[in-house]
Design a protein around this ligand. Structure first.
Ligand code: ZN
Length: 206
């Protein structure tokens, strides 16, 4: 899943690419003989596979994936995982538990540590049993994936995450916007590289 974006500096600006080129795209010097001012390193991939993160709150685009299909935070879908990494989500199809690859590229909002496991699973089961999570009851704006996850988090009573869950706007500001903003930088870099092969980050001071 990780496209493997590499960053290096040779003669000045930072250069991003998928594969190290033979010559520097800025000064054309043969890179096999060159001294780098910043040695090539892999840019950290911000996304995770939900099934590998038990007891977590995760988000992904409602359709498609972040790298290719994401444009703004209005298109996000939220879910949680159980202690065994099963994904639990509520949408127009009702409540679903599964381990499909649809959640193979998502952002981690938070993960509860080991001692919370039993309480997490029990609370999730308790919330899932409520009759209100049916496809009939679903409403795109008023009774949706957020309603389900925030109800679960409030019932869980887990520190700051549960406190923020009282108010959807505060929850978004504290837990979603910081993640999507930093992932957004990676996404736009990825799209530039896909279009041009490399990207030279020139700053005004240079
Ligand atoms: Zn150069």
């Amino acid at each position: 899943m990780d496209p493997g974006i590499v960053c290096f500096q040779h003669c000045g600006p930072k250069i991003f690419c998928f594969l190290l080129p033979e010559t520097c795209p800025v000064c054309d010097v043969d890179l096999s003989q060159a001294n780098f001012s910043l040695l090539p390193f892999r840019v950290p991939y911000p996304f995770i596979r939900a099934s590998q993160y038990p007891c977590s709150v995760v988000i992904k685009p409602t359709s498609g994936d972040f790298l290719n299909d994401y444009y703004n935070s209005m298109d996000l879908h939220i879910g949680v995982t159980t202690s065994t990494g099963t994904i639990v989500e509520f949408d127009k199809n009702g409540l679903r538990r599964h381990r499909s690859e649809q959640w193979g590229q998502c952002l981690l909002l938070d993960q509860a540590p080991g001692p919370w496991t039993e309480h997490w699973d029990n609370t999730l089961l308790q919330v899932c049993r409520q009759k209100c999570w049916s496809s009939k009851a679903y409403s795109e704006h008023k009774h949706n994936c957020y309603t389900f996850v925030l109800t679960f988090l409030m019932t869980l009573n887990y520190g700051n995450l549960s406190k923020a869950a009282n108010n959807r706007t505060i929850f978004c500001e504290k837990f979603i916007v910081p993640r999507t903003t930093s992932a957004g930088k990676y996404i736009s870099l990825y799209r530039k590289l896909k279009e041009n092969g490399f990207y030279v980050h020139r700053t005004n001071s240079k």
